[in-house]
Structures are given as structure tokens and as C-alpha cells.
Design a protein around this ligand. Structure first.
Ligand SMILES: C[S@@+](CC[C@H](N)C(=O)[O-])C[C@H]1O[C@@H](n2cnc3c(N)ncnc32)[C@H](O)[C@@H]1O
Length: 236
């Protein structure tokens, strides 16, 4: 079993692949001034954990859910949600036009600045992007936190994210830090999955289970020093 196989075994069937809650979606839709009939793209939708919240926040809108990973796209399509199309594809090449590009925990795959530049032409007139990005929340995070997140060398802080937005030629309309409840919505089901897979796990699987458990433990002990910043931005 490769580490990638183990990762997908652990993450199979999870409701979401990163922190988030319906309140974040409602807040972002409001902050962006998204109209009720908006065309929305959920870029890097994963298993589609935000789709119902998007449909509720934009009651006459339509959501195009895009992900590179075919299993996620099939899972979203199998839910047969009204007003949702699921598409397998590269979110670096969105065509639009979209009134809102929502991207929870996924823009970093493209690099924040590069991704925002790539999405500019996919936005409708007056359109906005809402994205969540892992970052440091305090000036001097504990060494343990910095050491752990060395696996993500691009990790910056709140001002750093703002600078990446500006460098893409966007202005920030509003930001907020995701709540503990948003993290629990991701970590609780993940913890249950880890516990279910522990008995009889191969060495390869156990190593990946350990790694996931370390991340959860780190967040529980140091949750005030790093988190997800949700930013609503639009071309300046
Ligand atoms: C951390 S997960 C977040 C998923 C989902 N937004 C959520 O909050 O549950 C990031 C997602 O981005 C997708 N992804 C990464 N690069 C991508 C790309 N270039 N185009 C489309 N999807 C991509 C991954 O397959 C994964 O599903």
C-alpha cells in the first residue's frame, strides 16, 4: 500500500476534506453581495461538504462543483442535488462566468496568487472569490507548530495572505477565522475513521493513521496559533 492509497482509505466517505461549516458559507455569500440567482463554482469541492450550504445561501443559484479527483466528483454526482453540476477537471482552467468562486481549503494547490490570477477571467462582472487558507494566527507560533507545518513551506500568516491577494490584483472585502466547530466538522469524522481502521492496520496504513492523529492533536493543543482564514476578495 502506498501512502497515497492509505490516505484515500482513511479519507474515503468523509463528509468534508477540511474545516468548514454552513455559517462560513452564509457569511461569505453575504460579504460578497452574491445575488440570489448567482452562478457559483465550488472549486476543489472534494466530497461536496459545502454544497447544501451554498444552495441554501443562494436559493435560486446554480453550483458547478469541480474537482480533479474523479471519486469525489462521482460521489457528488451520485447525490443528484438539484441546481448542482459535478465536473471532473482542473480548477486552474475554470471558464465561468461565475458570480462567486467558493474554494474551501483548495486554492493553495494552485498557490493563492497564481490561482486568483487564473480565476480572474472566470469571474462575472462584479464577481468575487471566497477562499479559506491555512495560516499562522499569532506572530510567534510555538516551535512544535512551525516544525509540523514545515511540510507546507508556503504557510504564511494573516498579513501574508492579504499580500498574496493584493499581488494578484484583488482587494479583500472581508475576512474571518474559521471557528472550532468548523474544525470539529472535519476532525470528528476523521477521528472515527482512524479508530475504525486501527485494528489490524498494516505498517504502511498505521504510519499514515499516526500522521493524521498527530495533526489533530497538534490542533487541539495549539488551535489559537494557526487556523483557516476565510477571505472574500474581488478584482481591484
Ligand atoms: C483539502 S481538499 C478540500 C475539499 C473541499 N473543498 C472541502 O472543504 O471538503 C482540497 C481539494 O482540492 C482538490 N484539488 C486539488 N488541486 C486541484 C485542481 N488543480 N483542480 C481541481 N481540484 C483540485 C483536491 O482533489 C481536493 O478535493
Amino acid at each position: 500500500m502506498t501512502p497515497e492509497d492509505a490516505f484515500f482509505m482513511i479519507h474515503d466517505g468523509l463528509p468534508r476534506e477540511g474545516p468548514g461549516e454552513a455559517a462560513d458559507v452564509a457569511w461569505a455569500v453575504d460579504a460578497a453581495g452574491t445575488p440570489a440567482g448567482a452562478r457559483i463554482c465550488d472549486a476543489g469541492c472534494g466530497p461536496g461538504g459545502d454544497l447544501e450550504a451554498l444552495l441554501t445561501a443562494v436559493p435560486e443559484g446554480h453550483v458547478t462543483a469541480v474537482d480533479l479527483h474523479p471519486d469525489f466528483v462521482e460521489a457528488v454526482a451520485a447525490r443528484r442535488l438539484d441546481r448542482v453540476d459535478a465536473r471532473q477537471g482542473d480548477m486552474a482552467q475554470l471558464s465561468g462566468p461565475y458570480d462567486l468562486i467558493w474554494s474551501a481549503g483548495a486554492l493553495y494547490f494552485l498557490d493563492v496568487t497564481d490561482g486568483l490570477v487564473a480565476w480572474r477571467d472566470a469571474l462575472a462582472e462584479g464577481g468575487a472569490v471566497a477562499f479559506s487558507q491555512l495560516c499562522y494566527l499569532v506572530p510567534n507560533p510555538p516551535d512544535e507548530v512551525r516544525t509540523f507545518w514545515q511540510r507546507y513551506p508556503a504557510m504564511t500568516d494573516v498579513a501574508g495572505v492579504a499580500g498574496q491577494v493584493e499581488a494578484a490584483g484583488y482587494e479583500t472585502l472581508a475576512t474571518r477565522v474559521l471557528s472550532d466547530a468548523a474544525w470539529e466538522a472535519y476532525y470528528r469524522p476523521l477521528e472515527e475513521q482512524i479508530a475504525a481502521l486501527r485494528p489490524g492496520a498494516s505498517a504502511e496504513l498505521a504510519a499514515v493513521l499516526d500522521e493524521e492523529a498527530v495533526e489533530i492533536d497538534l490542533w487541539r493543543r495549539h488551535r489559537r496559533s494557526f487556523g483557516y482564514l476565510l477571505s472574500v476578495v474581488r478584482p481591484a
